[in-house]
Write a protein that binds this ligand. Structure first.
Ligand code: MN
Ligand code: MN
Length: 458
């Protein structure tokens, strides 16, 4: 079969076009429900439990046909659908990350200056700082008190909620600022969010900050020191929306990489019966190097597989290594879609386009592929066969021109087990911007591709 080169919108039949719209509605709802890694894990657990998944850690034994999830520290999660084949033959794994670039509150966030109260922030992940000023922002996260009780916070998403902002200099006084390099035109230390301007009555010193503290105490029963043990994340306020007069695109925060997380999750839930065990891992901390106990470099995933194996009655250290070595994986992350406004950074022959389906990258990395995984030619041939036999469109691409920049993913980490791994994913415009843009057709086609992979990869 020849590779499909047509735009997906021209290929789909009426049934598929209807499915595409329904799928994207669910995708947008997922983006709205999960604006942080914690919120994503909560939403994923809700969806998988509804689909009959059970908590791996609460199970004594398992058998073929069982479906389980293993969440770690409320920020990462692995799903397993146990197949009929022995686990030792390996799993089909879909992986993606659920953390996204944002502004995090510092641990001593609250301060007052000249009648304004602010939350001090330190940005998370790679951002163009100038994109984060003068847009409505919301605060999401948790505050944990000394007694272990936890307050879950989400302010700025409901119609009547207040929102927050980082200020920018008025154009009238910006002649000096506009001469600065774009990387420093807004300084990282100036990305503090404005949270108040009203003094607490009768308070003499720092009355505006005092008013904020009182509000926190009255509304959330949080004291100033509780903010030390908090994870509060500032993200763009508002919902995912259709983009374009033809409504062919989605504009939303956090599509890197929830676009791949959601399509992988949906495939995992919809491919119910499998021969080869299927697995989906959705992890935290990719944007800062997959570090920490909940990042891909953590042993939590290996431990979960060991636990699964033990409960299937077959664990040994050697067998565990075989499971991982014999597995195949699509490590999904967003790719840079060709943007006609910025042609100079793309090699048009090796770039991804909207409407052409999910993207495979043999390599990622930068400066001569540094930091890359390398998908074997033999594995790519198998993937081509699975995708072609299921008439799923896909494209082979790299992220930008040689030496234009680059980026890393979680692919190389799983490849350390000796398993076959390829970087896959969905192309987006404005990656890492507060609002990113994707093609609804690519979202739907990625889902179709992931279903084919879980069902048919041997
Ligand atoms: Mn990213
Ligand atoms: Mn990513």
């Amino acid at each position: 079969m020849e590779k499909i080169e047509k735009n997906l919108w021209e290929i789909y039949n009426d049934t598929q076009l209807k499915e595409l719209e329904i799928f994207n509605e669910k995708y947008k709802a997922f983006l709205d429900a999960g604006k942080t890694e914690r919120e994503c894990v909560t939403e994923i657990i809700r969806q998988v439990e509804e689909a009959g998944y059970q908590n791996l850690y609460s199970m004594d034994s398992l058998k073929a046909g069982d479906k389980v999830y293993a969440a770690w520290m409320e920020k990462s999660i692995a799903l397993f659908n146990v197949g009929n084949e022995p686990l030792e033959k390996g799993m089909n794994i879909l992986g993606a990350h659920i953390d996204s670039p944002r502004l995090d509150l510092k641990q001593n966030p609250l301060y007052e200056e000249s009648g304004f109260a602010y939350f001090d922030t330190h940005y998370y992940g790679g951002i163009k700082k100038y994109q984060w000023v003068t847009i409505p922002l919301s605060i999401h996260g948790v505050v944990v008190r000394k007694d272990g009780t936890k307050e879950v916070i989400s302010i700025g998403e409901q119609e009547n909620d207040p929102i927050f902002a980082v200020t920018d200099l008025l154009i009238h006084l910006s002649s000096k600022q506009l001469e600065k390099n774009a990387a420093t035109v807004i300084e990282g230390e100036n990305l503090d969010i404005l949270i108040g301007s009203r003094p607490l009555q009768g308070e003499e010193k720092e009355a505006v900050a005092a008013k904020i503290l009182k509000l926190l105490e009255d509304t959330y029963h949080i004291e100033k020191d509780d903010l030390m043990s908090a994870e509060l994340e500032v993200v763009p306020a508002g919902k995912a929306r259709d983009c374009g007069l033809d409504r062919s695109m989605v504009m939303a925060y956090g599509q890197d990489d929830r676009i791949c997380a959601y399509t992988s999750l949906a495939a995992m839930l919809d491919v119910e019966r499998v021969e080869r065990t299927s697995c989906c891992i959705l992890v935290d901390k990719e944007e800062i190097g997959s570090v920490g106990a909940t990042g891909m470099n953590s042993k939590f995933f290996e431990n979960a597989v060991a636990d699964l194996y033990e409960k299937l009655g077959g664990f040994s250290e050697l067998k565990l290594r075989k499971v991982l070595a014999h597995s195949t994986m699509i490590s999904s992350d967003v790719s840079a879609a060709y943007d006609p406004m910025y042609t100079e950074v793309y090699d048009k022959k090796s770039t991804s386009f909207f409407g052409k389906g999910p993207v495979f990258c043999k390599h990622t990395g930068s400066r001569g592929k540094s930091g890359s995984n390398d998908a074997n030619a033999e594995y790519i041939a198998k993937l081509r066969k699975v995708f072609d036999e299921n008439t799923v469109s896909f494209q082979m691409a790299e992220l930008g021109k040689v030496d234009a920049g680059g980026g890393g993913t979680i692919a190389y980490i799983l490849a350390q087990y000796g398993m076959e791994v390829i970087d896959g994913g969905v192309a987006v415009l404005c990656m890492h911007a507060p609002w990113e843009i994707s093609s609804k057709a690519d979202v739907y086609e990625a889902y179709r591709g992931y279903c084919a992979f879980l069902r048919d990869m041997k």
